[in-house]
Design a protein around this ligand. Structure first.
Ligand code: 8YV
Length: 326
């Protein structure tokens, strides 16, 4: 659908607190409706705020399922997400109503890849356990047998989903002399592959790596990609890293494998039902857990906001937005 430029400033519901510079640009170019105490809106609240609005600027914390999309007022022309993942929005429902949906790719790849490496190292070198020992004063001895972890240098890194974040993670991992293998819907061109070994089937990747890092979107096909069956195919002692979405993992199956030591350790930044995560993860020493902070750097938060606004600017100037996903 095409829109003619508007005479007055478009009204935009901004669901969460955004960086100062992003909010300043919103004030300059739009009529923003901010969320001063940054609480997570219920669907009813969001629908009420959307009354007369031209667009929404939500985060992944707002669940715009088919029911919510159906209740949006006809005035809403666009949903410009402050996120690269769009599993919180029913794209088909938005498309059916002619609502443009955009995301913020590219700008968070470096920050998220940093967190993937942090999780990899933290899980492999038992960082959470070590930190706890020092903080609680329970660290009483040192011995060559103390807190022995796993080394990632020179090991095989398997990447599921070799998109933007996967590719940056691969580049950073090469700094640790890791050999990169990957599974992706399509094989990458050689210049993007950088020598990484392609596995057409996920199964073949699972048994080939020492560390497995998840970087694919949450879709119906990738739901519980890590489950009892796929875990059984992993090399014993594997380290699992997830910076993508909790929905990729069957928690019960992973916890069982972590308890048994079949999966040596997991570094997780994303969870099913977050922030109300499966309590089992907290009880284990071989988990290194972060609260969904993959893209939480100043540079990246600004860049995500500007990218969302670039998309909105395009919509309201009757141009095609750069990051349209529906
Ligand atoms: C964001 C993310 O912090 O962009 C994504 O998909 O998962 C995170 O990096 C969050 O989604 C912002 O809405």
């Amino acid at each position: 659908m095409q829109y003619t430029p508007m005479a007055s400033k478009p009204k935009v519901v901004v669901t969460r607190k955004l960086p100062e510079a992003v909010e300043a640009r919103l004030r300059r170019d739009y009529e923003p409706v901010f969320n001063p105490d940054d609480h997570v809106y219920s669907t009813d609240e969001l629908i009420a705020l959307a009354d007369g609005a031209d667009a929404l600027l939500p985060c992944h914390s707002e669940h715009l399922d088919a029911g919510a999309i159906a209740r949006l007022p006809a005035s809403v022309k666009a949903i410009a997400n402050f996120s690269v993942g769009v599993d919180h929005v029913d794209l088909d429902a938005a498309k059916a109503r002619g609502i443009i949906v955009t995301n913020t790719p590219d700008v968070l790849s470096d920050a998220t890849a940093e967190i993937a490496l942090l999780l990899m190292l933290g899980a492999a070198r038992r960082a959470a356990e070590g930190d706890r020992l020092v903080r609680t004063g329970e660290w009483r001895l040192w011995s060559p047998a103390f807190m022995v972890g796993r080394q990632i240098t020179g090991k095989v890194l398997g990447i599921v989903g070799m998109g933007r974040v996967g590719q940056v993670t691969a580049r950073r991992a090469r700094g640790f002399d890791m050999q990169v293998h990957y599974h992706n819907r399509r094989r990458l061109p050689a210049e993007a592959e950088q020598g990484a070994e392609f596995h057409e089937r996920l199964d073949s990747l699972l048994g080939a790596c020492d560390v497995l890092s998840l970087h694919c979107p949450a879709t119906a096909e990738s739901h519980h990609l890590i489950n009892a069956e796929t875990i059984a195919r992993l090399r014993p002692g594997l380290i699992l890293v997830n910076t993508a979405r909790g929905a990729l993992v069957d928690d019960e199956a992973l916890l069982e494998a972590l308890r048994a030591g079949h999966v040596a350790a997991a570094g997780l930044d994303v969870f099913n039902g977050e922030p109300a995560i499966h309590p089992g993860y907290r009880e284990l020493d071989n988990t290194f857990l972060l609260p969904h902070i993959g893209s939480a750097t100043r540079e990246t938060r600004d860049a995500m906001g500007f990218r969302a606004l670039d998309n909105l600017d395009a919509v309201f100037a009757a141009r095609e937005p750069g990051d349209r996903v529906a």
